[in-house]
Structures are given as C-alpha cells and as structure tokens.
Design a protein around this ligand. Structure first.
Ligand code: MN
Length: 260
C-alpha cells in the first residue's frame, strides 16, 4: 500500500521531518474546535507523540471532501489546554492541508472523534472520514474516529483506553494508509471490518414551517440486520470497528470485463 503514495510531501513549506525524534500527529475534525471529541482524541494522541490541532471554526459535518477554492483561507491560534491549536475558516479537508503546510508534514493524521457514527454509506458524506482521506492524498497515514451515540452523554474518559488501543493498532507494522474507525459506547474489543453497503440510511423527510410552507430535511432511518463482519454489525455488537479504506474507486471487476 505504501509504495502507491509519494514518499515526499508536495505541499511542504519546510520539511522538519527528519530532525524530529518523536512522532508528529495532526488532529482534525468536522464538528469544529469546540467539540469535546477533538480534545479527547488529542489527549489520546498525545501519548504517542507531538500533537497539532487544526479544526474548523464551525460545524462542517456532512461536508465530505469539499475544499475551499473561491475565497481565501486562514488559520488562527486558539487556546485548547496545552495543545498547539488553530481554528480554520474552511472544511475538514482544508484543515488537514493547512496543518500539513503549517508543520511541513506529519507522521499521522487523526480525525474526530466525531459525535455520531460513520458507518456504511456515511463514509461518502462524512467530513470526518474526508479529513483522514485528505491526509492520504498527501501521502500521510490517517484514520477517522467516530463514536456511535445511543442517547447518553458520551463518556470520553471511559473511551480513552479504547481510543489508545485503536491508535496502537494503527501503528503496528504493515497497516493500511486509511482506516475508518467507529466506537460503540462500551467497546469489548476491536474487529477489522468491511464497509456495509447493502442498505442506505438516508431519506428526505417532509415537514411544514409555521406559515404552512413545505420544507424538507435530509434525515436518517435506522438500519437493521447488518451483514456479519461489517462496520455496522461490529458496532451493534459492541466492538470497535476498523475498516481499511482506499482512494482508488475503480471497479476492477467491471474493468476486466470491459477490457476483454
Ligand atoms: Mn461531525
């Protein structure tokens, strides 16, 4: 997998890579810098290396892999405990590109922890996953972290050992470039899974405004009976789901048929 990606960053303003001993980890998200999830992830990541936080200055959920090209971007320092942190007036993908620019590279990019799971087709809409994907476009290993919400207030302190276990799993030798990780509220272990794509949970819901005019919401319907071994199945059975993803979407089976 590694060989497919350029060994050097094309974006770097300066590369301080080789001078460093400890691992450099950029933490981004799509919920914005005020989300408790990003702080929880930064805390866990700081056990493994130096952390830089780059987060959108507002909610950017479901922005997918959008990048900002019609107006200038900026990033401004914010106070986030002991971390070097910046808020970005852009998308999750912008945050990662700017983070890599600012540091002149990184060893690992972690995105999240998203408030809400990113399972199955959510991967297409998710800003959390896109931030991680953006990192791999620049040749940096990355993972997206999302927490399944069951109505209770998330307990990030209780989740922390599981987040650290997932990061340790990512750092093992011979691991994929891009991993989509979903946590149940009370994990009992980690499973490598596939993306569940049998059913789609998106649907348009119709309602009315106070003046009687129709309006619409893109809502989510709960899916049942997920395939065994899939991301949704794992989370439903209280396992941390880790799905290796790839950026090449070519349908190889069709390509072989069509080239015959
Ligand atoms: Mn989000």
């Amino acid at each position: 997998m590694w060989e497919e990606y350029p060994p050097t960053l094309r974006i770097s303003k300066k590369n301080r890579f080789s001078e460093r001993e400890s691992m450099r980890i950029i933490v981004a998200n799509d919920d914005g810098f005020y989300s408790p999830g990003i702080y929880a992830l930064a805390e866990a990541a700081s056990r493994f290396g130096e952390v830089l936080i780059m987060a959108p200055d507002g909610e950017q959920s479901a922005m997918s892999h959008a990048i900002t090209i019609q107006r200038p971007l900026n990033y401004r320092p914010i106070k986030l405990d002991r971390f070097e942190a910046y808020r970005v007036n852009g998308t999750p993908a912008d945050c990662v590109a700017l983070g890599l620019y600012h540091w002149g590279g990184a060893d690992l990019i972690l995105s999240g922890i998203n408030l809400g799971s990113n399972l199955g087709h959510d991967v297409w809409h998710s800003g959390t996953v896109a931030a991680a994907k953006q990192a791999t476009f620049f040749g940096v290993r990355a993972a997206a972290f999302s927490l399944d919400l069951n109505g209770d207030e998330p307990d990030y302190e209780a989740l922390r050992p599981h987040v650290e276990a997932a990061i340790r799993e990512l750092l093992e030798a011979d691991r994929p470039m891009l991993v989509n990780i979903n946590f149940p509220q009370n994990p009992q272990g980690i499973l490598w899974t596939h993306q569940s794509v049998r059913a789609y949970n998106g649907q348009i819901m119709e309602s009315e405004d106070p003046r009687g005019r129709k309006h619409f919401w893109f809502g989510v319907v709960p899916l049942t009976n997920p395939e065994e071994g899939s991301d949704r199945w794992a989370v439903e059975h209280n396992y941390v789901s880790m799905t290796p993803l790839r950026s090449d979407l070519t349908d190889e089976e069709w390509l072989r048929k069509l080239r015959r």
